[in-house]
Design a binder for this molecule. Structure first.
Ligand SMILES: [Zn+2]
Ligand SMILES: [Zn+2]
Length: 321
C-alpha cells in the first residue's frame, strides 16, 4: 500500500482513521499527536524543567526521544530519571539502556535506587516478606508501585523539576480506565487524567504526553527509528486481570477500529467531574518523610516500617540507610 499523504511505500496502516503512512509521515503523525496532547492541555510551559521517568522500556524511551526533539524547538528543559528497584536479571539491563539513550541524546540522567532511598531492593523485600514458591508472596507489585511513585516524586523534586513526564500510552490509559470501572474504584480516576492540577506543593504534577499514542505505534516508532529499548518484562509482573482486559480491548479494536480512542474520549469528558469530586485537596505532610499524604504517615513509609519489622522478626540484617 502507498502513503495516503505522499504516495511512497507505506509502513503502517492506521485502521482507526483508514490512512496509510510511509516512514517519514508515520514519524510526523506520532510526534504531532504528542505535540497536540501537550498543547491541548498546556502540559508543558515555556521554561519548564521536565523530569522524564525513563525505565528503559519502549514507552519511556520513546517519550524521552520525542520530548528531546520537541525541546529543540520549544524552550523547555528535560532531565531523565531512572528508578532502580533492584530486580536481578531485569533491572541492570534496562538501566543500561536508559543510560545509553540519555547519553546519546545528550540529556542529563540520574538514577535513584530503592536500596539507597528505601533501604531494601525489591528482591530483598520479596525475600523478607515471604517466599514466592511457598505461595506466601505478598504482592511485590504493591510495594514496588507505592515505592516507585514515592521515589519518582522525591527524584523530581530533587532535580528541581516543574513536572514529571511518564510514558503511559493510549492502551495503558484505556486499560487503567476500564480496570477501575470494573473494580468500582471511580475515585482513582479523578486523581490522574488528561491534564494535571497542582494539588499540593510537595507533589510534582505528572503529565502523560503519550496518552494518545497507541502501544503499537510506539513499538513501530522505536523499531523504525532504530531506538534501543528493553522489551523484557518484569519477572514479578503477573497482572492477570490487566492482561484479560488488554486482550478484550484489542479484540474490540480489531472488530471496531477506533474503540480505544472512543473510550479515551469518554474518560476525558468525565475527568473534570471526577477530579472535582475526588481529587485530594487537603493533604498533610507525612510525619516521617514529609511527602504529601492523606493520613499521618504515607503508604511508602508504612510499607518500609512493615518490611523493617518483619526483617527484625526473622533476624535478617542488612544495610539500612
Ligand atoms: Zn508519506
Ligand atoms: Zn512518608
Amino acid at each position: 500500500m502507498k502513503c495516503t499523504k505522499c504516495g511512497r511505500d507505506a509502513v503502517y496502516h492506521a485502521r482507526y482513521e483508514g490512512k496509510f503512512y510511509c516512514h517519514k509521515h508515520f514519524n510526523e503523525m506520532v510526534e504531532s499527536k504528542v505535540k497536540q496532547t501537550v498543547r491541548k492541555y498546556g502540559l508543558i510551559k515555556r521554561g519548564d524543567r521536565i523530569a522524564v521517568g525513563v525505565s528503559g522500556g519502549k514507552d519511556s524511551v520513546v517519550l524521552l526521544h520525542i520530548l528531546h526533539k520537541l525541546s529543540q524547538k520549544f524552550p523547555f528543559e528535560i532531565i531523565a530519571i531512572t528508578i532502580d528497584e533492584g530486580i536481578a536479571g531485569y533491572r541492570p539491563e534496562s538501566v543500561e539502556i536508559a543510560k545509553k539513550n540519555a547519553k546519546m541524546l545528550g540529556v542529563e540522567h540520574r538514577i535513584y535506587s530503592f536500596k539507597e532511598y528505601i533501604g531494601f531492593t525489591l528482591d530483598e523485600t520479596v525475600n523478607i516478606m515471604g517466599s514466592f514458591e511457598k505461595g506466601e508472596r505478598v504482592g511485590a507489585c504493591s510495594y514496588c508501585g507505592v515505592w516507585r511513585r514515592w521515589l519518582l516524586n522525591y527524584a523530581a523534586q530533587d532535580v528541581n523539576a516543574d513536572k514529571l513526564a511518564v510514558g503511559h500510552n493510549l492502551d495503558d490509559e484505556v486499560q487503567m480506565f476500564l480496570m477501575n470501572i470494573m473494580r468500582g474504584d471511580v475515585a482513582r480516576l479523578g486523581r490522574t487524567g488528561p491534564y494535571y492540577e497542582v494539588i499540593h506543593e510537595g507533589l510534582v504534577p505528572r503529565i502523560k504526553p503519550l496518552r494518545e499514542v497507541p502501544e503499537k505505534e510506539i513499538v513501530l516508532y522505536a523499531v523504525l527509528n532504530n531506538i534501543e529499548v528493553d522489551f523484557s518484562e518484569c519477572p514479578y509482573a503477573v497482572e492477570a486481570f490487566r492482561a484479560e482486559i488488554r486482550d478484550w480491548i484489542n479484540e474490540m479494536e480489531e472488530k471496531h477500529p477506533g474503540t480505544k480512542y472512543q473510550i479515551l474520549r469518554s474518560y476525558d469528558k468525565m475527568f473534570p467531574l471526577l477530579a472535582k469530586a475526588y481529587a485530594h485537596r487537603d493533604l498533610n505532610r507525612c510525619k516521617i518523610c514529609g511527602q504529601p499524604t492523606t493520613g499521618e504517615i504515607c503508604k511508602a513509609c508504612s510499607f518500609k516500617l512493615q518490611v523493617q519489622e518483619k526483617a527484625k522478626e526473622k533476624g535478617i540484617t542488612f544495610r539500612i540507610e
